[in-house]
Design a protein around this ligand. Structure first.
Ligand code: NDP
Length: 495
């Protein structure tokens, strides 16, 4: 058990004086403060990044606007698709560098960085690239009768909205950044990305690869800094759309300021308190394996991950025993060690928040397994399962965004919709059963953007993804994203 060797280019990249990527090149910060980047596995500072000031924000938006009406507008849909495919190839070719940089900033296991930040990012880019040549309007025959023999015809055009501000959280910087880059560029928009202050490095490297792939200068800009930079971006009159992924409290502010700024369009992908329901006939081995895999991946810091588990009382003891056995065998340690299954939380505020929820678990519920922070450098806690004492336990209602699964037994399947819907959130839910009829009857009663059966947290680019209730508005993936990034222009012709 030992850590992998860092690549020389990763060591070199960490040493650079990082700031922003504007108009196709690295730019020093005009007036922003410097932020330390911390490795959550040991609490050490690994790099410095300068935050953006007013002048940097103005320059990035001006550059994106110039490309929107110029270089990117002149790039044909076919060329856009080719360029996004080339970027996917370059992400894979430079995959180990990106994976190592992301693991160092976020504490994500190196396996996950390779699989999601590299592999999935390339796959999503290729899916979106296919849309480049397929975004069209419709023709229609106007319906009112002719008065004096004249005729009418009409058609619609899908036109890109303009400059997009993409605001990215710290949990999957490259992959979530790529979702925004791909959707904006394939529809003909240009963008300014604001990564989280905790994980800014990989999107800077990606912006370099974008130039190498042929994305013209200005079509993709990256601005670093705290949430204040995101807030200022949203208020800018030349930003036509905001695509935000993050927490509910920040998402509410973002939605309000976008509306106040310029009736600016918003897509909000926010948090969740996602339920999994194990029906009386569930295959408990398969359900526990699936929920361990999806509930503790990246230490539970996944918006779509299950956090509350409803188990039929007849299967409760078996389920808890299997959870405890699986978690006790988990290898906890450095995310750069390929044998490790569970690493640190991503940053200090997130660690503090999860530790508070672990204390609450001890006080309000019954800890079945785990329950403590680990006495070692870095932001480590134990993967934890908790048994709720009542349906009102806070751990059944508040998003921890951490590795704490809270179990509640139930007696009748008919109780499940009320339990599952007793939440301000509505991102994902899962039903575990071999009784397809029961599953299909439950699906329409569940308030969630995605309902899984015998699986959880599987994101496929062809399947729309997004939340209802406080989990957000708008959809990514499939064809659903096209509406959010384009204006529908109607053209009528009299002849
Ligand atoms: P935050 O809401 O704290 O931050 C998200 C992004 O917004 C960061 O880049 C942040 O910058 C920036 N930001 C902070 N304040 C503002 C502001 N006032 N205006 C504009 N931008 C701002 O979320 P986290 O980064 O903590 O991410 C975790 C949350 O994201 C969880 O609740 C999780 O459920 C949700 N999430 C949802 C997903 C989905 O698809 N539904 C996917 C992934 C995460 P900075 O970090 O520098 O403060």
């Amino acid at each position: 058990m030992s850590e992998i060797q860092l690549l020389p280019q990763v060591r070199e990249f960490l040493q650079r004086d990082h700031a922003h990527f504007i108009d196709g090149q690295y730019r020093a910060s005009a007036d922003g403060a410097r932020l330390p980047i911390i490795d959550p596995a040991n609490g050490q500072v690994i790099a410095q990044v300068a935050g953006a000031g007013e002048a940097d924000i103005a320059a990035a938006i001006a550059s994106a606007r110039t490309s929107f009406t110029g270089s990117w507008a002149e790039t044909s849909p076919y060329q856009r698709g080719m360029i996004l495919n080339r970027l996917a190839d370059l992400i894979e070719a430079n995959g180990e560098e990106l994976a190592q940089l992301e693991t160092l900033c976020s504490g994500k296991s190196i396996h996950l960085s390779r699989m999601f930040e590299v592999g999935q990012s390339a796959a999503f880019l290729r899916y979106y690239a296919g849309w480049a040549t397929k975004i069209n309007g419709e023709t229609m025959s106007p319906s009112f009768p002719s008065v004096a023999g004249e005729r009418y015809t009409a058609f619609t055009r899908r036109e890109p909205v303009g400059v997009v501000a993409g605001i990215v959280p710290w949990n999957f910087s490259v992959m979530i950044g790529v979702w925004k880059i791909a959707a904006a560029l394939v529809t003909g928009c240009t963008l300014v990305l604001k990564p989280s202050e905790f994980t800014p490095l990989t999107l800077l490297r990606l912006a370099e690869l974008a130039i190498e792939a042929g994305i013209p200068a200005g079509a993709l800009n990256v601005l670093n800094g705290t949430g204040e930079v995101g807030a200022k971006l949203i208020e800018h009159p030349n930003v036509a759309k905001v695509s935000f992924t993050g927490s509910v409290p920040t998402g509410l502010k973002v939605g309000q300021s976008a509306m106040a700024a310029n009736l600016t369009r918003v897509t909000l992908e926010l948090g969740g308190k996602n339920a999994a329901a194990l029906l009386p006939d569930a295959d408990i081995d398969a359900a526990v394996a699936g929920l361990i895999q999806t509930g503790y991946v990246h230490q539970g810091q996944v918006c779509a991950a299950p956090e509350r588990i409803y188990v039929h009382r007849s299967r409760l003891e078996e389920t808890l025993a299997k959870f405890a056995a699986a978690l006790q065998g988990m290898n906890i340690g450095s995310p750069l060690d390929e044998s490790v299954q569970f690493g640190p939380l991503a940053n200090k505020p997130q660690f503090d928040k999860v530790v508070q929820y672990l204390q609450l678990a001890g006080a309000e519920s019954q800890v079945v397994c785990g329950g403590k922070a680990l006495a070692r450098p870095g932001y480590f806690v134990e993967p934890t399962v908790v048994l709720a004492r009542s349906p009102q336990d806070r751990l059944l209602h508040e998003e921890t965004f951490g590795p704490i699964l809270c179990v509640l037994p139930y007696d009748e399947v008919e109780q499940l919709p009320a339990f599952i819907n007793d939440s301000p959130f509505g991102l994902t839910a899962s039903i575990w059963t071999n009784d397809l009829s029961r599953a299909l009857r439950l699906i329409p009663q569940i308030e969630a953007g995605t309902v899984y059966v015998n699986m959880h947290t599987f994101l496929d680019p062809s399947v729309p993804f997004g939340g209802i209730k406080a989990s957000g508005t708008g959809r990514e993936f499939g064809s659903a994203f096209i509406d959010d990034y384009t204006e529908l222009k109607s053209v009528m012709i009299r002849y």
